[in-house]
Design a binder for this molecule. Structure first.
Ligand code: UN1
Length: 483
């Protein structure tokens, strides 16, 4: 790490209508691996600044539209190129501010760059339809228009990719943005905002408000926000949904999952162990797509648990800024408290620990923990933990595995390890989840494919890929007859 960065900690500013807007430092973010290292201080946006930002975004709608699709496409491509050019800086900053490993942070940064590039292309593909009316002499035109001013609320666990997969399509389809990033990843957000602000888009196209949950609540309540796209916890998501739908605006939510990975007796054991280790423990389990429930056929369960323990033993846990580190800390002391409390509840419910050490209360690290012979009626199968924690649920055969998998309020990602085409086909049809992963980890998605879940995991149209258009556009049907 850069010593200068370590020594100086700066106070961030909101960004509205092309200007930095400082405010009193009310919050701070520390490096979760090195708590003495104060990364940044930040102000907290209130209702007055929300109104200012919404006004700036609304005023930017006409210039964005008048600038035309080629200029907008070029600007998105420039943002993508600049993110890629600064990938090493982003990776260090992400590792420092959120505890994500350098390798994951760099991968995520490149993913964000590719997302902007993908939507640079989508900007030019905003096609409509024209066809005959059933009334003689009349025509019908179907056009997709921008929704207007979009509120974007993003979490800390993918601090650059998730903002990219909301902001890029919003702009591609002609909307302007008021963005409220998580307070835990504000420095990363400010760096991305700097790139967007210099991309050539009209000022006010993207505005950024810093702060904690209260700032997001003020954003959702503002009548000038036409749509809100949110990724985060289920409790925050349901508050967003209530506030936004209550005033008749459009909302899209991506929340958690208690994702299941089925391992059948005919699975390649190495593949299954790699899927489970990656899905459950990489990124310290802080992915909404992480594997929490490993549903294993009795016939191979003992061998599987031993092999998974050996694999996890080889993971290097430590400072995420070291290139060799596989698993870093949780993102904040608050996350550590939450995960510790939930794991205590799982232990109290009588679950058997296959591996896992007692966490040190002085730091943000949480040791990878696996429970065995877990009970599907217990807390491990019901609540998302968002830490490197999973349970093995032992079953007899595919039918029992599938029934257990589907016994969940959530339905984000589901995995299956098997060599059987018949079971893979049945899983594709009957697993209740938006993302289905066959012989792959439940977490880790491409940048060009739709993303989203079922049940309590998601609400509204899918994000990413060509599917992103549905949320960020509104359809207008024009009937046209000669006057
Ligand atoms: C991934 O698994 O690559 O917040 C992406 C999250 C999800 C994104 C997961 N919305 O973890």
């Amino acid at each position: 790490m850069n010593d200068e960065m370590h020594a100086t900690s700066l106070t961030l500013a909101h960004h509205i209508a092309g200007q930095d807007m400082p405010g009193p430092a009310e919050l701070e973010q520390r490096n979760p691996a090195v708590p003495d290292d104060l990364c940044v201080r930040l102000p907290q946006a209130g209702a007055d600044l929300v109104a200012h930002a919404v006004d700036a975004a609304r005023r930017a709608l006409a210039p964005l539209s008048l600038g035309g699709i080629e200029a907008r496409s070029d600007a998105l491509a420039r943002i993508g190129r600049q993110i890629a050019a600064e990938a090493d800086d982003f990776a260090l900053l992400i590792a420092r501010e959120t505890g994500k490993t350098l390798r994951d942070a760099r991968g995520e940064t490149i993913r964000a760059a590719r997302i902007f590039d993908f939507f640079a292309g989508e900007t030019l593909r905003n096609v409509g339809e024209r066809f005959d009316s059933t009334r003689l002499g009349a025509m019908v035109e179907v056009m997709q228009h921008p929704v207007g001013v979009v509120g974007v609320i993003t979490p800390w666990n993918f601090p650059i990719a998730i903002p990219a997969w909301k902001i890029a399509p919003a702009l591609a389809f002609g909307n302007t943005v008021v963005w409220k990033p998580s307070e835990v990843s504000s420095a990363i957000a400010a760096k991305l905002m700097g790139i967007v602000a210099h991309s050539g888009l009209p000022s006010g196209s993207v505005n950024m408000l810093l702060g904690a949950g209260a700032s997001g609540a003020a954003l959702c309540a503002h009548v000038g926000i036409d749509a809100v796209s949110f990724t985060g916890s289920e409790s925050a998501g349901s508050a967003v949904r209530q506030a936004v739908t209550a005033r008749g605006a459009r909302v899209q939510l991506e929340m958690g999952g208690v994702n299941g990975l089925i391992v059948l007796a005919d699975a390649d054991l190495d593949v299954a162990v790699e899927c489970a280790a990656n899905g459950a423990f990489f990124a310290a389990g802080q992915r909404c797509t992480a594997t929490s429930r490993i549903i294993v056929d009795h016939a191979i369960a003992d061998r599987f648990v031993v092999a998974l323990a050996q694999r996890v033993d080889r993971l290097a846990i430590g400072d995420p800024r070291q290139a060799a580190t596989d698993v870093g800390p949780l993102a904040s002391p608050r996350q550590k408290e939450r995960v510790s409390a939930q794991v205590d509840a799982v232990r109290r419910s009588g679950a058997i620990t296959a591996f896992g050490a007692v966490p040190d209360p002085q730091d943000c690290f949480f040791p990878p923990t696996l429970f065995d012979h877990a009970d599907h009626a217990g807390p491990l199968a019901r609540e998302e933990i968002f830490g490197p924690v999973a349970g093995v649920f032992r079953v007899d055969g595919f039918d029992e595995a599938l029934a257990l998998l589907n016994d969940s309020r959530h339905g984000l990602s589901a995995g299956l390890c098997t060599r059987s085409l018949r079971h893979a086909e049945a899983f594709k049809h009957h697993a209740r989840a938006g993302m289905l992963m066959i012989n792959l980890p439940t977490a880790g998605v491409d940048h060009h494919a739709p993303f989203g879940g079922m049940g309590a995991s998601s609400f509204g149209p899918r994000e990413q890929g060509r599917a992103a258009r549905a949320f960020y556009t509104t359809v207008r049907t024009t009937y046209l007859a000669a006057g």
